[in-house]
Design a protein around this ligand. Structure first.
Ligand code: 9UX
Length: 69
């Protein structure tokens, strides 16, 4: 079942980065909802994927994610 994750993202320096991270997370199987906030550097994700898969998808596009909750 899908759960809510809050992931802190490092390395985002512009709105383009936000889009890159957002689409990378959206492509992970099981992801229902993703919202990346540039100001807070936080991603709110609803997904049935394991969080490790989300963190891998984020690092694959050149950023670093850390699970908050
Ligand atoms: Mo903007 Mo972010 O040109 O890497 S996409 S800095």
């Amino acid at each position: 079942q899908a759960v809510d994750y809050q992931i802190a993202i490092s390395g985002m320096t512009c709105a383009g980065c936000v889009n890159t991270v957002q689409s990378a997370i959206a492509k992970v199987d099981g992801t229902i909802k993703v919202e990346v906030n540039f100001a807070s550097h936080l991603a709110q994700v609803t997904s049935s994927a394991r969080y490790q898969e989300l963190l891998t998808a984020i690092s694959d596009v050149g950023y670093q994610g850390e699970l908050v909750t």
